[in-house]
Write a protein of this length. Structure first.
Length: 202
């Protein structure tokens, strides 16, 4: 019987994550696999009101927390709590039954990328705890495109932003050993992704 798996897709906006997930989902279902799509972008819950209060009363941005250790620790704890509660419902419950293949669009790595982008100083301990608190993917694909290509696909994305995000994702890819997929030739990229996934679930 096919086994379940958590397949994660990460990368900046405009890279083509969702398109690849949609195509992969159809392909796997044709082959008889049980597949679910899960969108896991971090949405602040407890952390947002805390940050709003600190910004209104003290005028600090998230990037300023590195100068005020107690604020940084509290904010990091709230981020972990926010994400872990959401993942408990989105991923852990979706993984039932255990032969289900979860295709995750954005995950903890994208939350780390967003925090890095706003210059939120997160410690190695925070990153490890953040990753550890959530289910580990069986494989993570970094869908990668040049910054100008991402900008052409997303009107609200500027070239300097896209360049910075791409550098952040490349750094994360080295740390967490993502499978980097250059998404310039869709068919070639799809075939590689499908081949990697089938090795895991068969």
């Amino acid at each position: 019987m096919p086994k379940g798996a958590i397949i994660c897709f990460t990368g900046m906006d405009g890279s083509g994550k969702t398109t690849h997930i949609s195509t992969l989902m159809k392909e796997l279902r044709k082959k008889g696999f049980r597949v679910k799509y899960v969108w896991c972008r971090w949405v602040p819950g407890f952390a947002d009101p805390f940050h709003f209060l600190i910004r209104k009363t003290l005028g600090y941005t998230a990037g300023s927390y590195k100068f005020f250790k107690p604020l940084q620790i509290v904010y990091q704890f709230l981020i972990i709590l926010d994400y872990s509660v959401a993942i408990a419902f989105k991923v852990r419950l979706s993984a039932i039954p255990n032969d289900c293949i979860l295709l995750i669009d954005r995950y903890v790595y994208d939350a780390l990328a967003d925090l890095d982008f706003i210059r939120f100083s997160n410690s190695t301990f925070f990153r490890r705890l953040f990753i550890m608190m959530n289910p580990k993917p069986d494989i993570t694909f970094l869908i990668d495109v040049p910054p100008d290509v991402a900008c052409s696909r997303k009107n609200d994305l500027q070239l300097p932003q896209a360049t910075k995000y791409r550098n952040i994702y490349h750094k994360l890819a080295k740390i967490y050993r993502f499978r980097t997929i250059i998404n310039m030739d869709f068919s070639e990229a799809h075939d590689r992704i499908l081949g990697e996934v089938l090795k895991i679930i068969k």
